[in-house]
Design a protein around this ligand. Structure first.
Ligand code: AMP
Length: 380
């Protein structure tokens, strides 16, 4: 399925393309049409499922038809449990609303920082992402009005309740008009969420996304700090020194996959590329060759990686890091399957350091880093 089948208009589709989302994730396939149809939604999904874009895109599309709100009247309110999530959700709104014909101003507000700048930035804001405590502080100062909110999102509602925000949430709900669209996202269902959904949702569309169960405990993770120009030699050094016979390498572009394969071959290593410009026949054959040992290295892009299932694959290498933590989990999960331990190695350049920390934080897996600067890669 493609994003264009979900009912999104041309400007939103352009924003999706600009953010390089190739295909919708399952939660997006279900949530986007439901939200566009004005339905209440109960989404059972975790961070990493793509739920944020699942509500951000249809909300932005709905705003394309809305009259511009009076100053300081919030039209869509997104309640989140933590400052980190507020920043993240705010950033997704900002990324997708950049070039829309009808501009939409979004702001994220959260505690732990001075309130005054947030108050000043509220001018013209129509979509507000907020943690409950700070939202109430701002309301107490009469910095905004919630009486015209027509979309409410409770994101990570279970976490909000676990953090003890129940009373704050009730106070906020009282300030909202009764007629509105409600979207509730939670990683888990339980008694508290049941009560909440009874109060908030009307005839909701229920979307439940099963987390792909990957047993990551069997995967040894490591990372090499390496400059971009030494990645190729380092890859060949590791393959030759360790005498690896079966390696799956990931790159972020087709062009890079082909270039890495070319260099491996000219250095006497049997390798093939697997990406969307290869025919289905060529892809199946490449996989078969890696399984049978006719080649030792397969270099793949993320899109082509879905469904790669090589029993007891010992080694995965991230030659370039994936964009999303979800893809990181998906990539490394090609090894360590069926009870057989495996190793996943990431090449991290100086420019990647920050992104790699974000991936580690989001996946909750911390990686030991190895400095490769001292390696003598001459001849590789
Ligand atoms: P979320 O669960 O909303 O925090 O999203 C997890 C990650 O997946 C974020 O880094 C998003 O940028 C990324 N993401 C969400 N949807 C897509 C998609 N359709 N294609 C590629 N990446 C996506």
């Amino acid at each position: 399925m493609s994003f264009s089948e979900l009912g999104l208009s041309a400007p939103l589709l352009a924003a999706v393309a600009k953010n390089e989302y190739a295909e919708p994730y399952p939660i997006q396939m279900a949530a986007i049409p439901a939200i566009l149809a004005g339905k209440d939604v109960l989404g059972i999904a975790q961070t990493g499922s793509g739920k944020t874009a699942g509500f951000v895109l249809p909300i932005l599309q709905q705003f394309q038809k809305k009259k511009v709100a009076k100053n300081r009247f919030i039209k869509a309110l997104i309640l989140v449990p933590t400052r980190e999530l507020a920043v993240q959700v705010g950033a997704v709104f900002a990324a997708f609303s950049l070039d829309l014909p009808r501009p939409v101003k979004t702001l994220a507000v959260y505690g732990g920082v001075s309130i005054n700048p947030q108050m000043m930035h509220l001018i013209g804001v129509e979509i507000l992402v907020a943690t409950p405590g700070r939202l109430l502080d701002l309301l107490d100062s009469k910095a905004m009005d919630l009486s015209e909110v027509d979309i409410l999102v409770l994101d990570e509602a279970d976490k909000m309740l676990n953090l003890g925000f129940k009373e704050e949430m009730n106070r906020i709900l009282q300030l909202l008009p009764l007629k509105r669209q409600n979207l509730l996202f939670s990683a888990t269902l339980g008694k508290d969420i049941d009560t909440l959904k009874e109060i908030i949702l009307h005839d909701p569309v229920k979307i439940e996304i099963e987390q792909e169960v990957e047993n990551l405990d069997l995967i040894k993770l490591s990372g090499y700090r390496v400059s971009e120009d030494r990645k190729g030699p380092l890859l060949r050094y590791l393959i030759k020194e360790n005498d690896w016979k079966q390696v799956l390498v990931f790159t972020s572009s087709i062009h890079k996959a082909d270039a890495v394969v070319h260099k491996l071959k000219t250095n006497g290593i049997k390798a093939l590329a697997l990406h969307s410009q290869k025919s289905q026949g060529a892809r199946t054959e490449a996989l078969r060759y890696l399984k049978s040992g006719e080649i030792n290295v397969l270099v793949a892009t993320d899109l082509a990686s879905r469904g790669i299932d090589i029993p007891a694959l010992p080694t995965v290498i991230n030659y370039e890091l994936p964009r999303s933590p979800k893809d990181f989990i998906h990539r490394i999960g090609r090894t360590g399957r069926a009870g057989v331990p495996g190793e996943a190695i990431s090449f991290v350049s100086a420019d990647d350091e920050h992104h790699f920390r974000v991936i580690q934080k989001k996946t909750g897996r911390w990686v030991d880093m190895i400095e490769s600067e001292g390696f003598n890669l001459k001849g590789y």
